[in-house]
Design a protein around this ligand. Structure first.
Ligand SMILES: [Zn+2]
Length: 341
């Protein structure tokens, strides 16, 4: 079968790779209906994460179950399923508390994820995968694929930032996660949602998802602008969806004392001065989003066509054109690239 392999920065190839097989009795094999390129795939692509061995890329997936191991009881061949980037049993104490990405039996997907391929192996299938009630029509597939990571991650960012009725929510980052954090904040009932973006097409999508204000300034001036818009206080809730020093400090400084930052951009070399943080009175919560916590609810909203997170895919390519997709995302010509296996 075909799969996407990254050999080093800027070097992405579609190659013949081995078919996945059941390695443990708790595994499932799924045939991807669609897969996609993540903003976090750009860290190794740009050389910010070392590539020490060929990486079988991709960790966002939705598709049809083809085969299950002997101990899989609830997931069945023929079902359409959505999963997330870490496999979890969904039964341990941390999973039951809603932190499936810290599951005590957590398993990683194949090296690099291996979801940018025709088929993939998913460990801990019963805990990891959520089946749709019926087979989705084709037009729902992009939305369900978005639930696998970017929607679930944006949603966790908004929940961690305590977005809700009466709150002003600011979102730092206009990638797919940031845009979907805007949508999550709206669904959670936020009163005012400020998207921080300087790209016209992303601003338009943020508005469509529920943003009431757009701020184009960045860094300290971005935080200053948020304070101006909130009577000098700062936002109640800020979602950080980038992961750099500048964006993290922008998020903390844009938050009012007593407010909450939900940080879901994968942090790279971020250092927060203890003295500054001590004086901020801001709550910080984030990390690898426990997407599995939200999947049943998100799938329901998508299947009912109440939300359409698939709108973040503004470029659709055949899996064979994956290298073009990486370039488009790297150059920010595309918000998010969907790949058809
Ligand atoms: Zn667990």
């Amino acid at each position: 079968m075909r799969g996407v392999v990254m050999y080093g920065p800027g070097d992405v190839r579609v190659e013949q790779v081995a078919e996945p097989t059941i390695l443990k009795p708790t595994d499932a094999i799924i045939r991807l209906a669609a897969t996609c390129i993540c903003g976090s795939d750009l860290w190794p692509y740009r050389g910010a994460d070392a590539v020490t061995e060929p990486l079988h890329m991709g960790h966002e997936y939705a598709g049809i179950v083809e085969e299950v191991g002997a101990e899989v009881t609830t997931i069945k061949p023929g079902q359409f399923v959505v999963g997330s980037f870490f496999a979890s049993d969904n039964t341990c104490e941390l999973c039951r508390a809603g932190y499936q990405t810290s599951c005590v039996h957590r398993e990683v997907l194949g090296t690099g994820g291996a979801a940018q391929a025709e088929r993939m192996r998913v460990p801990l299938a019963d805990g990891t995968l959520v089946a749709t009630p019926d087979l989705p029509t084709d037009d729902l597939v992009p939305g369900l694929l978005a639930a696998s990571d970017v929607l679930g991650t944006g949603w966790f960012g908004a929940v961690a930032a305590e977005a809700g009725p009466g709150k002003t929510v600011a979102v730092v980052g206009d990638g797919a996660v940031g845009l979907l954090a805007v949508l999550a904040a709206r669904e959670l009932g936020a009163e005012r949602i400020i998207a921080m973006s300087r790209h016209a097409s992303r601003q338009a999508l943020a508005r469509e998802f529920g943003a009431t204000d757009i701020v184009t300034e960045r860094g300290d001036s971005g935080a200053e602008r948020i304070r101006e818009l909130t009577g000098g206080l700062g936002a109640h809730s800020v979602v950080e969806a980038v992961g750099t020093q500048e964006s993290m400090m922008q998020a903390i400084r844009a938050t009012r004392p007593g407010g909450h930052v939900g940080f879901v951009g994968v942090l790279h070399d971020v250092a927060i001065r203890g003295e500054d943080y001590f004086m901020s009175h801001v709550h910080l919560h984030g990390g690898p989003a426990p997407v599995r916590r939200f999947l049943p609810e998100l799938i329901e909203l998508i299947m009912a066509r109440r939300i359409d997170p698939g709108r973040v895919f503004d470029l659709e390519l055949d899996l064979d054109q994956a290298a073009d997709g990486y370039r488009a995302m790297d150059e920010r010509r595309a918000i998010k690239v969907l790949l058809r296996p």
